[in-house]
Design a protein around this ligand. Structure first.
Ligand SMILES: Cc1cc2nc3c(=O)[nH]c(=O)nc-3n(C[C@H](O)[C@H](O)[C@H](O)COP(=O)(O)OP(=O)(O)OC[C@H]3O[C@@H](n4cnc5c(N)ncnc54)[C@H](O)[C@@H]3O)c2cc1C
Length: 336
């Protein structure tokens, strides 16, 4: 049985207090939300923080509500949505505003792990999820037997021993969808607050996979108004419940009548960060969504997916599935 290492658990009542703890303790302190990723990681000794800072008692960090910024209209669709990072995945799944405004994000969340884990897991933890790899997500003893790997305790990337960077995979279902939607993320620390585009947060490096300092707390997720936008998400995994994605396809299209005025297509779980496919976006924009356009865009997604052999399934098949799932996601707009 794998046991948690010892740690100190603090539950501040405000963000300011939480930020002060992170500043005071430095990188030996970490935020914990639902703990569904962090606690298993701690049991495997991937992360061994001396102090965990829970945000559970910080008010207004959970829930989905209409953004107060703009004018009138019908809640989320016209004004955008604010999602607190401590909102559980189950609460998001049950939220009608979210389902109506951004069904692709709703679908991505609905596919995460299992109902029980979604009761504990939060959207903040999902966005900031650690990258994964067959050589990393193993017990301490297993990892020691292969002399560890670059991501934790070792120096070699066992997936590609010549690689200078870690190739662990971004495995968050929500990340590619938030990039496609154009979500903005609020980060708070003792130094103040800043807002970044979701697409700017993720970095192609399995170790330094977030453009976020350890003392920064994710304090909010802003979704833009959804008028004209339609979204879809497709996921590849072995078991329909439980498994992490080994490929995710996130599509957001803005329609003006029959014409696709703007297109965004992102692939998840095929690299250390979600991958944009601007070539496919260009092929879709400015014309009706015909079967020919769908075929072209799907073919353009294929070369962008460059999975390596560090998750479930063969890499060639996962790459081919990028084309097929892109086609499937795009066809869903024609069927609706
Ligand atoms: C069996 C199993 C299957 C799973 N399947 C999937 C899947 O299919 N798809 C998927 O995407 N995930 C999956 N997960 C991973 C996980 O359950 C979810 O990603 C979940 O949303 C993580 O949220 P959490 O609140 O539990 O995060 P935690 O474990 O609490 O935290 C995760 C990370 O985020 C940081 N963090 C959390 N909140 C904040 C914040 N507000 N500010 C700064 N840092 C923060 C933590 O420090 C930690 O580094 C699975 C996990 C398990 C155990």
């Amino acid at each position: 049985m794998m046991r948690l290492p010892e740690f100190r658990y603090l539950a501040p009542k405000s963000l300011r207090e939480a930020a002060a703890i992170l500043t005071g303790e430095g990188p030996t302190a970490m935020i914990v939300a639902g703990g569904t990723d962090l606690y298993p990681n701690m049991k495997r000794r991937h992360q061994t923080p001396a102090t965990l800072v829970s945000l559970r008692h910080v008010a207004r960090l959970a829930g989905v509500r209409a953004l107060r910024l703009a004018t009138g209209g019908d809640g989320g669709a016209a004004r955008g949505l604010f999602i607190g990072p401590n909102t559980t995945l189950t609460a998001m799944e049950e939220n009608a505003l979210l389902r109506r405004a951004w069904p692709g994000l709703h679908e991505a969340v609905r596919t995460i792990s299992t109902p029980i884990l979604r009761n504990m897991g939060t959207i903040g933890g999902n966005i900031l999820l650690d990258t994964r790899c067959n050589y990393y997500n193993q017990s301490y003893e297993w990892r020691r037997a292969i002399n560890f790997c670059m991501k934790c305790d070792g120096s070699v990337c066992w997936v590609a021993p010549g690689s200078d960077i870690c190739l662990a995979v971004s495995s968050s279902d929500s990340a590619p969808m938030l990039c496609a939607i154009g979500a903005r993320l609020r980060l708070v620390s003792s130094q103040g607050e800043r807002t970044v585009e979701a697409r700017e947060l993720f970095q192609k490096d399995g170790i330094r996979y977030l453009a976020k300092r350890p003392d920064e707390i994710l304090s909010g997720i802003e979704l833009p108004p959804s008028h004209g936008w339609r979204t879809a998400y497709r996921k590849l995994r072995r078991r329909e419940a439980f498994d992490f994605p080994v490929l995710g396809v996130a599509v957001a299209l803005r329609f003006e009548g029959d014409v696709v005025a703007e297109a965004r297509l992102w692939l998840g779980a095929v690299a250390s960060a979600p991958i944009a496919v601007p070539e496919a976006e260009a092929a879709l924009a400015g014309a009706p969504l015909t079967e020919e356009r769908i075929d072209t865009a799907s073919r353009l997604a294929f070369p962008k997916a460059k999975p390596v052999d560090n998750t479930d399934f063969g890499v060639r098949w996962r790459k081919e599935m990028a084309r097929l799932l892109t086609r499937d996601a795009l066809r869903s707009f024609r069927a609706a």
